[in-house]
Design a protein around this ligand. Structure first.
Ligand code: PEP
Ligand code: MG
Length: 924
């Protein structure tokens, strides 16, 4: 039997999006549930893939026979004939793959028109203007998409015709004007292609089908798939939908529009949409005329508004997901042309998840699974500070919320160029087109002077979570001059502007911004997530302020406090340096005695902020020379001091200037007045001591050098001070009646002997602190696993460690032998581009290598200590795919930076639900 490539809407399987594409599957399903869909059929993605694989670019055998058979079916259903002069059938030929890629592939409307059918259409509708309007649209679209003719010569003809008719908008053109335009358009095509415009509708159909298939491999589509990581497993080839044309431009009782079953920017449970009377679908999306809000239809066409609300309810209760649909009203009859899951920003996704679950439309599991965790990042976007005193210079539609500031650029290529160079960029256009997509990727925000909330710019920006102000009609954009004019203001390329996509306001300059706050719905959703998750989510936080922020994001404790960050504070650095350059244990102890109360205060702040949650404190990790100035810097400073000593003899001394120089400064106003050689000599001495120390501490390979526990064991007084500070802080908190759970973590461990020695120190200090404070301390002692040998010896380390935490930054470095400092800006981009490595292993956990080490370590560690708590605190702890892996291998917790905590909470829930058999449905 011949393979089936073509399916009528009545027969296609609505669940088979891979075969029929999302649009085709939905058209089938909508037809089958009784919605008023114009008759049509779908040519499968299998036909597309076979066509693209054929070097001669021929459609597979049988496809056109099946198409002709289905065209006959359409002719029967509609009573019209393709190419018939009396009652011509016109069709649209639309792309549609399994994943929605709005505007990225091609579509042709009004196919079937030629001079003969045009006459038939005029007779059939009695509307000459409408028929010529449809014809000129078809010639241009077919010319562009199927025959590769550029837009410009068409646009020039069209603009000239409007000028000579003295009209501003296309609706002002008469039938005669449009007839003239059609004639000239046919000439444009013939000139560009060297052949007459194809008149046979069956031939048109075959060319159009091939053109749509080809658009799957077009630059826009390929770029889009790469940017959004759409793999062949998610969408492979496009289907082609051939649909009977219905016309929204047949007069004042006709209209076309788009709707969302709920508000896509806020999630509010109310139909949102826009429409244009007497227009075709692309007019709304292209932003050529500014459409009216859907509520206005209730007054203009009340019965049709009622039918539209009914359609909205049916769509949502059937699909159980917010729908983005297109409709057309032809002479008072409502048709639904398309539906798909609505793309929403994070705020709307969260609100609709919670509300649809509360309404019983979906369950909590589905509510959690329909949001990609990464999308939550949008909710943490900045907003304009309410007190900012800037005045907007223009207002447009608030098309995609959030605020952004950047340098104005007027075309996508320039945006890409500057954006790649690291500049913040705002793309300013009259309207955007799908081919501007690379400019969107490079920009922080989008501003257009034309188009509605469903224009291309708005839809794409919302999907990407970038702020967008659309249809700011007060702005005149002159792309050629690279300028925009707003009242008396001129925005030139490179000028800083700020957009507020939540209010639609545009500002000159950079307006101060503030962090976003959690919505109550997000709190609810993340509460459900915590209940569903297996993993606990901790934060990496080094200060009480970090800890408080992490708590606001829902952290369940601190999984990593890097104590070295506390040493870096400006006022502490001199004492830290004193400790490092100390020539004797007594001198070092003197400095440590000064540091102890500071550290104790740090830890007390953290314990207080997090009580009663666990706080994991890592003992000092980096090589101590990181706290010292470089050798070169010291040599230069000593030279300068010597020069000073030789030149200022005999003048009065200002000791603060000496002190200043000692700390590294040279341009203090008092320097010139320095005179006391004794003090200068002393400063030189100190610098020379430091230089000696820096030279002594020098290592060829510091990341593999004297750091972490190695340092702790060679200078036990440093770890002694830190352990004492931790335990004394805990004791003080206990005395205050707080419940605290400190965890002491040792970095860079590779053998159990290291752990034993630190543990002995801990036991000794514990006894002393407990006696002095009269309390019983409860805490855990654990090890980082960030050295390959530690993973291999996990069974042995577990004899001493009560918990493990994978330091996957160092572990990745060690497993790959890639420097974490250098690889990402040296060879890794090339590795990724050429597919030598699929991802950046410092961002996405390398499950096959590093992950395997982790898996073994978990298994061996728990063989020794079955209740072993195991977590991860490298950067991967906040990455959704890595979190899913951590769940699979049985980790207890993940720890990540505070702003990633909400993302990790949702990812942890999804990992648990996915493991239980669910899959996500919504994507950005
Ligand atoms: C790690 O190595 O993954 C880690 C958390 O430690 P750091 O990044 O401080 O080396
Ligand atoms: Mg590390």
């Amino acid at each position: 039997m011949e393979k089936t490539f073509v399916y009528a809407f009545e027969e296609g399987d609505g669940r088979n999006k891979m075969l029929l594409g999302g649009k085709g599957a939905n058209l089938c399903e909508m037809t089958q549930i009784g919605l008023n869909v114009p008759p049509g059929f779908v040519i499968s993605t299998e036909a597309c893939l076979a066509y693209l694989a054929d070097p001669n670019r021929e459609l597979p055998a049988g496809v056109m026979d099946q198409v002709r058979m289905h065209v006959t079916g359409l002719e029967r259903k509609t009573g019209k004939t393709l190419g018939g002069a009396d009652n011509p059938l016109l069709v649209s030929v639309r792309s549609g793959s399994a994943m929605s890629m709005p505007g990225m592939m091609d579509t042709i409307l009004n196919l079937g028109l030629n001079r003969a059918t045009l006459e038939g259409l005029i007779r059939q509708t009695g509307n000459e203007r409408f028929a010529y309007d449809a014809y000129r649209r078809f010639i241009q679209l077919f010319g562009k998409v199927a025959l590769g003719v550029a837009d410009e010569p068409f646009d020039e003809v069209f603009e000239a015709a409007k000028q000579s008719a003295g009209v501003k908008l296309d609706v002002g053109l008469s039938a005669r004007d449009l007839e003239g335009i059609c004639g000239q358009f046919l000439e444009v095509v013939e000139r560009a292609t060297g052949a007459p415009f194809p008149d046979d509708p069956h031939a048109q159909l075959e060319i159009a089908i091939k053109a749509v298939f080809n658009s799957w491999m077009g630059k826009r589509a390929v770029d889009y798939r790469r940017e959004f990581h759409i793999t062949p497993a998610m969408a492979n080839g496009t289907a082609v939908n051939v649909v009977t044309m219905v016309f929204g431009n047949m007069g004042e009782d006709s209209a076309t529009g788009v709707g969302f079953t709920r508000y896509p920017d806020t999630g509010e449970n109310r139909m949102f949409g826009e429409y244009l009377v007497n227009a075709q679908g692309e007019d709304v999306v292209a932003g050529i005329r500014t459409p009216r809000p859907i509520d206005a239809l209730a007054e203009e066409m009340p019965e049709l508004h009622r039918q539209l609300v009914e359609l909205r309810d049916k769509l949502e209760s059937h699909y159980r997901e917010v729908q983005d649909f297109e409709f057309t009203i032809e002479k008072g009859v409502l048709y639904c042309l398309q539906t798909r899951n609505g793309k929403m920003n994070a705020q709307a996704l969260v609100r609709t998840s919670v509300e649809m679950a509360n309404e019983g439309l979906i369950d909590r599991r589905q509510a959690l699974l329909r949001i990609q965790p990464q999308a939550l990042e949008q909710m943490l976007f900045p907003r304009l500070a309410p007190m900012a005193s800037h005045r907007p210079i223009a207002r447009g539609l608030p098309a995609s919320p959030g605020a952004a500031a950047g340098r104005a650029v007027f075309d996508a290529d320039r945006a890409e160029q500057l954006g790649r160079g690291g500049q913040p960029v705002i793309l300013v256009r009259e309207e955007t087109k799908p081919e501007d997509i690379h400019g969107f990727f490079a920009s922080r925000g989008i501003l257009t002077s034309r188009g509605g909330k469903t224009s291309h710019a708005a839809v794409v920006a919302r999907g990407m979570g970038k702020p967008c102000v659309a249809g700011a009609e007060g702005i005149h954009v002159d792309v050629r001059m690279r300028q925009a004019f707003v009242g008396e203001h001129t925005i030139r390329e490179g000028d800083l502007i700020t957009l507020d996509g939540t209010t639609g306001e545009v500002y000159l300059g950079e307006v101060p911004m503030i962090e976003a706050e959690f919505s109550p719905e997000l709190d609810t959703l993340l509460g459900w997530a915590d209940a569903a998750a297996g993993l606990r989510v901790m934060a990496n936080a080094d200060t009480p302020e970090d800890a408080e922020r992490a708590l606001r994001y829902g952290a369940m404790g601190i999984g990593l406090c890097r104590t070295e960050r506390m040493f870096n504070a400006t006022e502490r650095l001199p004492t830290v340096i004193e400790m490092i350059v100390a020539e004797s244990p007594a001198d070092r102890q003197h400095a440590l005695d000064k540091l102890l109360p500071m550290q104790r205060e740090d830890f007390r702040g953290l314990f207080r902020a997090m009580a009663p949650r666990p706080v994991t404190i890592r003992l000092l990790d980096p090589p101590i020379h990181e706290f010292l100035p470089s050798e070169q810097q010291l040599v230069e400073e000593i030279d300068r001091l010597r020069h000073l000593r030789d030149t200022v003899q005999g003048m009065n001394i200002l000791s603060d200037a000496v002190e200043f120089i000692y700390r590294g400064g040279t341009d203090h106003p008092s320097v010139a007045r320095l005179a006391d050689p004794r003090l200068v000599e002393e400063a030189i001495d100190k610098k020379e001591t430091m230089l000696r120390k820096v030279r002594a501490l020098h290592e060829v390979n510091p990341m593999l050098g004297h750091r972490g526990v190695r340092l702790g064991l060679t200078f036990p007084e440093i770890y002694t001070m830190q352990i004492r500070a931790i335990l004394e802080a805990a004791a003080e908190c206990l005395q205050e009646g707080l419940e605290v759970h400190p965890e002491i973590m040792v970095p860079q461990v590779c053998t159990v002997q290291e752990l034993k020695r630190v543990k002995d120190l801990v036991s000794f200090i514990r006894t002393d602190v407990e006696e002095r404070y009269g309390v019983r301390l409860a805490f855990r002692f654990g090890s980082m696993l960030e050295v390959v040998r530690a993973c291999m010896r996990a069974g042995s380390l577990a004899e001493e460690a009560e918990f493990f935490s994978f330091g996957t930054n160092d572990l990745t470095q060690a497993a790959f032998s890639f420097s974490r400092e250098d690889a990402e800006n040296k060879f890794l981009p090339m590795y990724n581009e050429h597919g030598i490595l699929q991802d950046n292993p410092f961002e996405v956990l390398d499950v096959k290598g590093v992950g395997r080490l982790m898996e073994l370590a978990v298994e061996w560690g728990r063989a020794t200590r079955p209740d072993m708590k195991v977590g991860i605190c490298g950067e991967h702890g906040g990455h959704p795919a890595s979190i899913a892996f951590c769940h699979r291998v049985g980790l207890t917790y993940v720890s990540c930076s505070a702003p990633r905590v909400p993302i990790a909470r949702l990812a942890a829930a999804q990992a648990a639900l996915d493991a239980a058999g669910g899959t996500g449905t919504q994507s950005l």
